[in-house]
Ligand binder design. Sequence first.
Ligand SMILES: Cc1ncc(COP(=O)(O)O)c(C=O)c1O
Length: 399
Amino acid sequence: MSEILRKQFLRHVAQTSPAPQLIEVARAEGVFFYTPEGKPYYDLVSGVSVNNVGHANPVVVEAVQRQAADYMHIMVYGEMVERPQVEFARRLAEALPEPLDTVYFLNSGAEAVEGALKLAKRYTHRTEMISMRRAYHGSTHGAMSMMGQPEGEEWKCAFRPLLPDTKAIEFNSFADLEQITERTACVLCEPVQGEAGVRVPAEGYLQALRKRCDEVGALLIFDEIQVGMGRAGEMFAMKKYGVTPDIVCLAKALGGGMPLGAFISSQEIMSTLTHDPVLGHITTFGGHPVCCAAGLAAMKFLQDNKVVEDVERKGALYEELLADHPAVKEIRRSGLLLAVELGEASKLYRLIDLFIAEGILSDWFLYCDTAFRISPPLVITDAEIKDSVRIIKKCLDRL
Ligand SMILES: Cc1ncc(COP(=O)(O)O)c(C=O)c1O
């Protein structure tokens, strides 16, 4: 990378950490991205669970180019009939369990969460909103209020006051479900907690959560922003765990690499946004036709090529190949989302540097800096899994 470009990046592109990864990207294809000097990197992050269909997937590229040439933005959300939006909404509704058949498209995950929270308050006429400890739902004020960090911890504390009438319960604690009451508008839950370091639900937990919400009339919202669109080994994680929420939030891989989010509910619940007041939720760019065309092409690609059907086996292959290394203390996994636990943050930071030198992009988790992430494009081949494990083990040997 040229020194001038590096300096301009640090000077003019807003930074949120003192240690950006600072790798210049020239192009990307499949499970790799390349620097201008031609150095390949295995992308084991996928832009944080975005690039499920692989980089520069030709069907997505073609859909983007075609739609950009036909038309881009015309009018704010919900006024015009735009074919990519309609077709994508129909395909999502067909793949989701009933009654999740009405899709509100937005630009990002945090926006999908904001919309879902507002919808739950509007539908139930209640105000209390419950989240899970160590949840991550986005960085806007509402989503941040639902981060589920204990009071006083730095992220939330620095931005107070946040939303009132929110509280957090412990994910997987059956006892804590008692805190959901007739006052509760909604419970927001990732069926698999991503940034907590891949925490899967305990046997029967999501069923018990569903039952408790039904008992007290609270809406259950699943945040499948990180684990939806095939990552967990089913198109939607709710199918894997056999629990249907009242609202589901999607984003990240939803747009096939383009910015797209959505909250999806039943027609009955969603229709409350049309009256008292009208225009209960507004977005200019949400459901942008180019993003919907990309997302539609990506979902069709996953379905036509039965990509999701192979995700569980590929995840298990990574697990099997890494489990015997002495530096690996534990592997937590759902489909092709793995947290490889080393037990020590200092080891992990050293490892990430070794990875970068050897051409592997990985990362830690927001609430877990003792484990590294493996979440490659779902199209990764067995040969690429084995080769990336060879490099990972070479780096682990040097710890
Ligand atoms: C589970 C989950 N929800 C919400 C978000 C926020 O999505 P976005 O960054 O698109 O706002 C993320 C992002 O990492 C996430 O992992």
